[in-house]
Design a protein around this ligand. Structure first.
Ligand SMILES: O=C(O)[C@@H](CO)OP(=O)(O)O
Length: 251
């Protein structure tokens, strides 16, 4: 039986300030650092070991992974980074306060920007300092590939390309994998994993609240079909209604 571990980065400085983040490269808050340490400790306590680790090119996910591997004494594990595992690009909303934006544009509009598969937030202009296409971490992207904004379908498409071409084959070749990534990236992966199961409200998965810094384990069969899933954390850290309801959980 295969175990895949997904972990959303610990709380970031923008999570703390309730700001739209997207590709803004903010670091972890003090709470986020602790969440990452706790995630590593609990994975170690349960005897997890990994052959390969995947993350985005954003430091909140990278640092979470570093801390997890450090706590587990697994710093030797190869780490693969890809922009395709980045958070969804939030366009011109990046850096704005979510509550203030809701006051200005209304809750309904902000909900559409945040959770609709098809609605894109307003685009960044190429002369905006938040447009980071020349950052060396994006050297693999052609200028026309660098997003000015993304809806969740755009995000899912580039995440799943990496999943199908790189991560899924590694898992199927027998590698034990951890992915340290972002809320919308993880939702996209969950949508892909559950797509062959019956009666799954795939759209509802995009509204799931994924807690920061709590490992989510998917047990998969050899075809990568999920058998069950569960969070590894203290009960108090995992609000019951945040556990995906699309499959029986362990508890
Ligand atoms: O701001 C963001 O980049 C994401 C994750 O924190 O927010 P949302 O919950 O709106 O997807």
């Amino acid at each position: 039986m295969i175990k895949l571990v997904l972990v959303r980065h610990g709380q970031s400085l923008y999570n703390l300030e309730n700001k739209f983040t997207g590709w803004t490269d903010v670091d972890l808050s003090e709470k986020g650092l602790k969440e990452a340490r706790d995630a590593g400790c609990i994975l170690k306590k349960h005897g997890y070991i990994f052959d390969a680790a995947y993350t985005s090119v954003l430091k909140r996910a990278i640092r979470t992974l570093w801390i997890v591997l450090h706590e587990m004494d697994l710093m030797w594990v190869p780490v693969y980074k890809s922009w395709r595992l980045n958070e969804r690009h939030y366009g011109a909303l990046q850096g704005l306060n979510k509550a203030e934006t809701a006051k200005k544009y209304g809750d309904e509009q902000v909900h559409l920007w945040r959770r609709s598969m098809n609605v894109r937030p307003p685009e960044l202009h190429k002369n905006d300092p938040r447009y980071e296409a020349t950052d060396p971490k994006y050297k693999d992207l052609k200028e026309q590939e660098f997003p000015l904004t993304e809806n969740l379908a755009d995000t899912e498409k580039r995440v799943l390309k990496y999943w199908h071409e790189t991560i899924a084959p590694a898992i199927q070749s027998g590698q034990k994998v951890i992915i340290s990534s972002h809320g919308n990236t993880i939702r996209s992966l969950i949508r892909s994993l559950v797509q062959y199961l019956d009666n799954i409200p795939a759209d509802g998965i995009m509204s799931l609240n994924i807690p920061t810094g709590v490992p989510l384990v998917y047990e998969l069969d050899e075809h990568l079909k999920p058998m069950r899933h569960y969070y590894l954390g203290n009960d108090g850290e995992i609000p019951k209604d945040e556990i995906p309801k699309h499959m029986p959980s362990k508890k």
